[in-house]
Design a protein around this ligand. Structure first.
Ligand code: UTP
Length: 294
């Protein structure tokens, strides 16, 4: 069985929920405290044993490439000033090979993944969405790769969402479960409100076999007129087993405003440099606003 060594990070979406901030800046570069969102994702991939990453970029996304490139002028400046800790932080992500491909038009997540087909070739691979951060003891992608290593089948990361939110996600229709693993009959992208077959939602982490490209190459459009990855996964599931895995960890949707703010607060409260001051500020704010904490 081939090992999962490559990952695709789709980051070519328009980020309309974050306009006007994303007019000239990729949403994947929005900073969570002092690091861009996409850096957390690249780090999860590295911690999961991924050796080669391809980031799918698009118009206006050059900042992503610049971020993962070396900046000799900046490095020289930091060395001269003795700021070696910062230098280490600046070069964090140079531990892995990062490649880029452009999606010429944002035709949907399925299309973005398809753009990376030649890079992947005939190997299983991981997909990590560029605007979803997962904090977990065992990196989320590693959890999925461990499952793949047991079965040799594709495995999709899911978590439970409230019933009223199911229409925003890809939802699975589970047949049976063993521990955290589900056998699935259907994968449905953004079901109409009240029609979702479960409240187990696809959460931006996947391990897929290369046969997925056969279905993506059909370029069929689905929900929202986009080429949906979930639809191709549904087709793949009809010809080979695709499992869902209820991964352990906290997932943050950084691509929407409230998710972004919550992520920032949580990460800031874990940051030794600013934690105490922020905590005091939040308490003061709660008092000022006269909010009762339940
Ligand atoms: P989203 O649907 O969350 O991203 O896609 P979006 O389209 O940029 O966001 P809004 O709805 O307009 O605010 C999830 C991930 O898939 C990528 C996005 O960059 C994001 O990381 N994506 C989406 C692509 O790479 N290409 C696409 O055509 C669509």
């Amino acid at each position: 069985m081939k090992k999962v060594k490559k990952a695709i990070i789709p980051a070519a979406g328009l980020g309309t929920r974050f306009l006007p901030a994303t007019k000239a800046m990729p949403k994947e570069m929005l900073p969570i405290v002092d690091r861009p969102t996409i850096e957390y994702i690249v780090e999860e991939a590295i911690a999961s044993g991924i050796e080669d990453i391809i980031i799918v970029t698009g118009k206006g996304k050059r900042a992503i490439e610049d971020h993962f490139d070396r900046n000799f002028e900046l490095e020289a400046n930091l060395i001269e000033k003795g700021k070696l800790e910062l230098l280490e932080k600046v070069n964090q992500s140079s531990k892995v090979e990062i490649h880029y491909i452009r999606q010429k038009e944002p035709k949907g997540l399925g299309h973005a993944v398809w753009c990376a087909r030649n890079f992947i070739g005939d190997e299983p691979f991981a997909v990590l969405l560029g605007d979803d951060i997962v904090q977990a003891q065992t990196p989320c992608t590693k959890q999925l790769i461990d499952q793949y290593n047991e079965t040799g089948s594709s495995v999709i990361g899911v978590q439970t969402v409230p019933n009223e939110e199911t229409h925003r996600y890809g939802i699975i229709d589970p047949i049976s479960t063993e521990g955290r693993t589900y056998v699935v009959s259907n994968f449905v992208e953004k079901p109409n409100q009240g029609t979702a077959p479960s409240n187990l939602a696809i959460m931006g982490r996947y391990v897929l076999t290369p046969e997925i490209f056969e279905f993506l190459s059909l370029q069929e459009t689905g929900a929202g007129g986009e080429i949906q990855l979930t639809d191709a996964i549904q087709k793949l599931n009809e010809s080979q087993k695709v499992y869902a895995y209820d991964f352990e960890g906290k997932r943050y949707d950084v691509g929407e405003k409230i998710g972004f703010v919550k992520t920032t607060i949580d990460m800031a409260l874990e940051n030794e440099e600013i934690r105490d001051e922020l905590y005091e500020y939040l308490l003061k704010k709660v008092n000022e606003l006269n909010i009762t904490i339940k």
